[in-house]
Structures are given as structure tokens and as C-alpha cells.
Design a protein around this ligand. Structure first.
Ligand code: DGJ
Length: 741
């Protein structure tokens, strides 16, 4: 890791473990901040200027001329060269990163480099989730630029991390002029690649079907994904990758982009007629209007760019390690989580103290460590039509109160966790009757109900304070050690009585800032609380949420086979320990499929692992398997949480079987999970080539005396035992054994 400034070449070079990123600020190019290179590592101090020929640049005559800072740009140049933070109106007709509406009503903006700062370490952003690091493990570059006409001052912030192939970027705009400005776009990241020879990869989805991988070759024009839903959403994860056509799991170049934000976003790849590609990520400019008065500043969220020359697998491992070491709360990143059972799929709204205690009694000897009471314990909520906002316990159901219930569960030796949906309000609630204006709504229009609820206007401090107080009071009222923070609808009718008409375009972002403020207060005041985010399943599974909660509920679809694709998509970016994954009952409530109880456990072991079923109703045979599954959790969870993830085979691709591995960082053990989705005739055995092992070491298959070379397992492969039937699975645990060497 290093950041180097070359005075001679006017370049900044940011080096990661195996990539370089180079920026040029040549005075003879009128102090534009040019993007010169992002790719495999190159020597420091190379003159990339002549190689930055995005088309016609090589013949740009002005290079020879003496150009003043305020000289107008040459459109032939601005439309084709690579920029770090492109602006509109002066000849770059591609997508632009910044849009500032000035006092005259136009958005012509022209930022020129004014200086830089390089320092060890990284500052956390205020009020936004951000990557963190110490002076030993990261280094930061700030580039300063100015639009001389409006006085807008732009800071581009870049951090590289020791031993990592990740680069974190954000931008800050300060109104240094005399007139009010309106920010209509402030992207977090932009860079230009010199080729279009990539596949565009993204994760699309919907409720019960989150994060499906799509891969298509880049075409001329713009390919983009976005959210206009107020949350990152089910439909597109805030992630894209550009992968060389030949890149696969194991090799080839890949650029991964993941936006650290939980609201409206847009990530795009624009291919020009010259065959260059502009990559851009940030808050969605759709409906975004932020007022910037003189002296005020706006900080964009951060965006992570990962470079991999080890294919998608290399990209995944870089994201995973970065998030474990520099994003997820340190208190939890590598900490084992209590093995929980959640009441939702077991009981939905139909429970009371007695039923919950009987659950706890049944599970206490099976090794389950925490009981989570999901939706339905407050107000008079017996279905999803009422009571959001009335965060006081329903004593008709929870007889004796919350503390009594928690104490009783604790007495049985179990911890207790609770569900809340703090961002919402039901029209049928005391809160709404008292404060109808606390819900987002637009004057004279009837606001749209979704799941019978409105969204609270978290742009308002008094609303946030009320919400925080409710959450705080619930958690303080008993020994509550876990909170599942849910969010079950998207934003509509985004209007606030608090803000003037010309500030309504700020609301979607203010809402997200409000959510962040609430979660920040919560984790600061309850540092040992385990927070799990959730949003109608996995609609807010993004790095912004991971800054506050080390785990996120992956999907309401708990069918083991559906989960293979959902978890494969999730693991592409996010560490295994962040994936909320439970064993549920069959036939599965989403698809009606029945899978073996052990297969459900093997699939859930890839994530946080827990249960989500009525333990009093499952068969004796299944109940008897729980202690074995619990001991597998204890045996393998350290490895799953801390090891490196390798995708070996994908059911999504082959339609027959799925296989993934976790290998210890020191390569001393590995866990292989194999799921045979479809049984086929004449498949007596299947050979699987393992990944990530030490080729010079020997590995013993746990439970046997058989020792195999790492090279053998990786190059020739291992034989999977014959299994008869569909939905069958096996775990193979290998431990280092050099007795044969
Ligand atoms: C949606 C979540 O994804 C479920 O797990 C459950 O908590 C329900 N909400 C409760 O309403």
C-alpha cells in the first residue's frame, strides 16, 4: 500500500496489494484532474501521459500552449479523455459526476485542481457509514479542486489499505461562493477505463428471490442499475462488477464496485463510441436536490472499488476481508454469535408468554442459545394492519410484561432478542392518531399504503428522537441482547411538513441519514447489543447497514434450494458471517418444497446459522438431529466466520449441484459443502476440484485416516460420494496433516 506524488509527472499513484490507480493533474492540461490508469500493478513514476490517448487526445495541440487556469477547455479533449470527477457543460458529453445548479439556473461546471494532501490513516465520515482504518493499515489522498465561477470547492478522497486490493472513494462539495447552489448530483466514484471488453455483472432480485447473478457483455451505450425506492432494495444490490470476458471464479481481471449506502443509488457503465467505459456510482440523481448555502458542505457516501486478477473469487475475498477488517463493528466482526431460534416462521403473530416459554423449554437442552420474539408483541398487533409506532408491550399476549418473559427465558439459560420496525407507522396506531403529520405525505394527496403502513418522516429531529426513545426504552426494560431491525416497505409520497418546498428534494437522503443516526445512537449506547438488520427479507443488504449491524437477514425465502442462489449472490460481495440464515420447517412456506433436515442445516451453516420453526411441531427424528447440527455449528463456525470463501460449483450455472468451500487463512483446514440438487442416473461419483488449499501440504479428511495432497485435491479433484435422491448434501472437513510428506 502506498500513495506517491510525482512532482515531475504531476501524477498521483495509489498502489494496493496488486493494483495501481493513477491520477494526473497536468498544468498544461489546464489542471483538469485526469484519470490515467486502474489495473494490475505498475512501477511508480511511469509516464502514462502518452498512453492516455482516449481517441484524439494524442493530437491535442493545446498541450504545447501555455494555458491559464480559466481558459476554456477544448471539447475534443474533454469529450474523450479520462476524468476523475467529470462535470457537465464544457464538452464532456458522457455521464457526469457532479451537477451544481447555480444562481443563473444553469449547471455548467468546470473544476480545476488546486492542491492535495496525503496522510496515513483514514477519517471516518460524520453521519454516514464509512470504512475505517489506522495509520498503520491505510493511507489517504485528498485532491482539491475548484469551480472558479460558482466558487464550489470539491474534495476527492481516496484510501488504500495495507495488503488489500480495495480502494475507497468519496467526494465532498463545499459552497465557497457567495450565492446559494443546488446540488443535483454528487457521485461518489467515477473513472474511465480504456476498453469496453468486459461483462457487466450485477445482482438483481425481488422479495424471496434476492441477489441473482446476471452477466452480459457490455454494449455501446449505458448499462446501469439503480434504486428509486428509498432503500437499496430487493431489486438491485448496490454492486456491479466489470469482468474480462474470460474471467471466471479463479482467474481473470475483475473490477468490483460496491456503494456504501442504503438508499437511492445508481451505478452505471457508459460505453462510448470510442470503446472506452466510464464507471460511475453514487446517490441516484433522480429526485435528488440538495441546497448548499454559502459555507455549507455536502459529503457523498463512500464507494468501494476492488481490483482482482484472480477472477470473481479474488474479488469476493477482497470485499470480505475489507468489510471484516474495516467496516463491520469491531465488537462483532470476528465474534461468534449466539445460536438463535426466531418465532416468525413458527408462530407469525400468534403467540403469548406461555407459548414462547414453552418454545424456550423445548430448545434449552438442544443447545440453542437465544430466543428471538419477532413481530406481534406490541400495541394490539395480531396481524400486519396495526400498531407500528406503539412500542409498548401487548400485555394480553405477553402476560406479566416483557421483563417477566425475558427473565423467565433467561432463567432457562437462554438469551433473549426482539424484533422492531422503528421506521414505520400504522394508520391504526395511537402514534398516528396523535401525530398524523409524522408520516411522509404530500399535501392534498392521499398517501400510498403498503403492507398497511406509512413511513415515518425521519428527516425530522422530533420524530427521530421519539423513535430512538422507543427503541431505547424497549431494550432497557429487560435483558435484551439482540434486536432485529426490520423495514417492510419502500418510500412513497416523500413530503415533509418540516421543510420548505425547495428542500423537498433533500428528503430521500435525509431519511437515510435519519436511519443511520438512529442506528449509530443505538450501537453507541448499547455496545454489546447484537443488531441484525432486515428489510422484507433482504431488501437492505448493503455495506451501509453492515457498518451498524454485523449481520443482515438474507431473505424470507428459507427453502434450502432457493437459498443456494440467494446465498451465492450474497457471498459474491458480503462475508459469510453477515448472512442471516436459518433452518426452517417443510414443506417450505415460499415454494412448498420438502428438503432433508440435514441439507437445510448444511446450507444455513454457510451463514449465521439458527432456527426458524416451531420446535414443538417438528418430528422426533428431526428434533433429534438438532444437537448434532448445533455441534457442527460450534465445530465449523470459527472457520466460516474467519476463513476465506471459495465458490467451487454453482447450481445456478449447472442446474445439478452446488459446492462452496471455506479455507482457514493459514490453510490449516477447509470445509467443503456439497449439495446435490438433482439426483441423476449413472452418476456414480462426481469429481470436484477444490480451491485455495496449500499445494505443498497434505490434508486428512476428518473422520477418516485418508490423507490427500493439497495439489491432488486441487488439480485432480476429490470424489464426491454417491448420494441417491434430490436435495442431498454432504460436508467434507479437511485438516492439515503432513504425516505423509
Ligand atoms: C419481514 C421479515 O423479513 C420477516 O423475517 C419477519 O420479521 C416479518 N417481516 C415480520 O413482519
Amino acid at each position: 500500500m502506498a500513495i506517491t506524488y510525482s512532482e515531475k509527472l504531476h501524477t498521483f499513484q495509489l498502489d494496493g496489494k496488486s493494483f495501481s490507480y493513477v491520477i494526473g493533474v497536468y498544468p498544461e492540461h489546464m489542471n483538469f484532474i485526469q484519470h490515467l490508469y486502474f489495473g494490475a500493478k505498475i512501477p511508480v513514476g511511469e509516464n502514462l501521459r502518452d498512453m492516455n490517448n482516449f481517441g484524439w487526445h494524442a493530437s491535442f495541440e493545446a498541450e504545447q500552449a501555455e494555458i491559464l487556469e480559466l481558459d476554456p477547455p477544448e471539447p475534443f479533449f474533454t469529450d474523450v479523455t479520462g476524468f476523475e470527477y467529470p462535470t457537465p457543460g464544457t464538452g464532456d458529453h458522457r455521464d457526469t459526476a457532479l451537477c451544481i445548479r447555480n444562481k443563473d439556473g444553469n449547471s455548467v461546471t468546470d473544476i480545476r485542481y488546486t492542491g492535495y494532501k496525503i496522510y496515513k490513516g483514514k477519517n471516518r465520515l460524520t453521519n454516514l457509514p464509512s470504512l475505517y482504518g489506522t495509520e498503520e493499515d491505510c493511507e489517504t489522498l485528498e485532491l482539491y479542486a475548484k469551480d472558479y465561477y460558482t466558487g464550489a470547492e470539491v474534495t476527492l478522497i481516496y484510501t488504500v489499505f495495507e495488503g488489500s486490493d480495495a480502494l475507497v472513494r468519496s467526494a465532498k462539495v463545499c459552497n465557497g461562493g457567495k450565492d446559494a447552489l443546488k446540488l443535483e448530483n454528487c457521485a461518489s466514484l467515477s473513472f474511465d477505463l480504456k476498453t469496453m471488453d468486459f461483462d457487466f455483472i450485477h445482482l438483481w432480485g425481488q422479495h424471496n428471490q434476492e441477489r441473482n447473478l446476471s452477466r452480459t457483455p457490455l454494449q455501446h451505450g449505458t448499462q446501469s442499475i439503480d434504486s428509486k425506492r428509498g432503500a437499496s432494495g430487493h431489486y438491485h444490490n448496490p454492486f456491479i462488477a466489470l469482468a474480462k470476458h474470460n474471467a471466471d471464479e479463479r482467474s481473470g481481471e475483475v473490477y468490483g464496485i460496491n456503494f456504501v449506502y442504503s438508499g437511492n443509488f445508481r451505478i452505471s457503465a457508459e460505453v462510448t463510441t470510442l470503446g472506452t467505459t466510464r464507471v460511475m456510482a453514487g446517490i441516484n440523481p433522480f429526485e435528488f436536490r440538495w441546497n448548499l448555502l454559502p459555507g455549507e458542505e455536502f459529503q457523498s457516501p463512500e464507494c468501494v472499488a476492488v481490483y482482482s486478477d484472480e477472477g470473481l473469487g479474488g474479488m469476493s475475498r477482497t470485499f470480505h476481508r475489507l468489510y471484516l477488517d474495516h467496516l463491520i463493528p469491531e465488537r462483532w466482526a470476528y465474534t461468534k454469535r449466539p445460536l438463535l431460534i426466531n418465532s416468525w416462521e413458527a408462530a407469525t403473530f400468534d403467540f403469548d408468554t406461555e407459548k414462547l416459554i414453552s418454545f424456550a423449554e423445548t430448545v434449552k437442552d438442544l443447545g440453542i442459545e437465544m430466543l428471538v420474539m419477532d413481530d406481534g408483541w406490541f400495541g394490539h398487533r395480531n396481524d400486519d394492519a396495526t400498531s407500528l409506532g406503539d412500542w409498548f408491550v401487548n400485555e394480553n399476549k405477553i402476560k406479566g410484561g416483557l421483563k417477566h418473559l425475558v427473565d423467565e427465558v433467561n432463567k432457562l439459560g437462554l438469551k433473549f432478542g426482539i424484533w422492531m420496525e422503528p421506521e414505520m407507522i400504522s394508520p391504526d396506531s395511537e402514534l398516528y392518531r396523535k401525530h398524523p403529520d409524522w408520516a411522509f405525505a404530500v399535501p392534498e394527496r392521499t398517501a400510498t399504503l403498503s403492507r398497511n403502513q406509512y413511513v415515518l418522516d425521519l428527516s425530522r429531529k422530533e420524530v427521530r428522537d421519539y423513535v430512538y426513545e422507543c427503541v431505547h426504552n424497549v431494550i432497557s426494560s429487560a435483558n435484551i441482547e439482540y434486536v432485529k431491525w426490520d423495514m417492510n416497505r419502500q418510500l412513497t409520497d416523500i413530503g415533509s411538513v418540516e421543510f420548505a418546498g425547495d428542500r423537498q428534494g433533500e428528503l430521500a437522503h435525509r431519511y437515510v441519514l435519519g436511519v443511520y443516526e438512529l442506528q449509530e445512537r443505538l450501537v453507541n449506547n448499547f455496545p454489546d447489543l447484537l443488531l441484525e438488520n432486515c428489510s422484507g427479507g433482504g431488501a437492505r443488504f448493503d455495506p451501509g447497514m453492515l457498518y451498524y449491524s454485523p449481520q443482515i437477514w438474507c431473505s424470507d425465502d428459507t427453502d434450502a434450494i432457493e437459498r443456494l442462489s440467494i446465498q451465492e449472490g450474497t457471498e459474491l460481495i458480503y462475508p459469510l458471517s453477515t448472512m442471516g440464515a436459518h433452518v426452517s420447517d417443510c414443506p417450505n412456506h415460499t415454494v412448498g418444497r420438502s428438503t432433508p433436515f440435514m441439507t437445510r442445516a448444511h446450507v444455513a451453516l454457510a451463514g449465521t446459522f439458527g432456527y426458524e420453526l416451531d420446535i414443538t411441531k417438528i418430528s422426533e427424528e428431526e428434533r433429534a438431529m438438532i444437537p448434532e447440527q448445533v455441534s457442527m455449528y460450534h465445530k465449523y463456525n470459527d472457520l466460516v466466520r474467519e476463513g476465506d470463501y471459495y465458490r467451487v460449483a454453482s447450481y445456478r450455472e449447472n442446474g445439478l449441484y452446488d459446492c462452496w468451500m471455506v479455507v482457514a487463512k493459514d490453510k490449516s483446514e477447509a470445509l467443503v459443502t456439497y449439495v446435490q440438487v438433482l439426483g441423476r442416473p449413472n452418476v456414480h461419483s462426481r469429481k470436484i476440484k477444490l480451491l485455495g488449499l496449500d499445494v505443498t501440504a497434505g490434508y486428512r479428511l476428518d473422520g477418516t485416516e485418508k490423507v490427500y495432497g493439497g495439489d491432488l485435491l486441487m488439480n485432480a479433484g476429490m470424489l464426491i460420494e454417491t448420494m441417491r435422491g434430490d436435495y442431498m448434501s454432504r460436508l467434507y472437513h479437511f485438516v492439515l496433516d503432513n504425516s505423509l510428506t
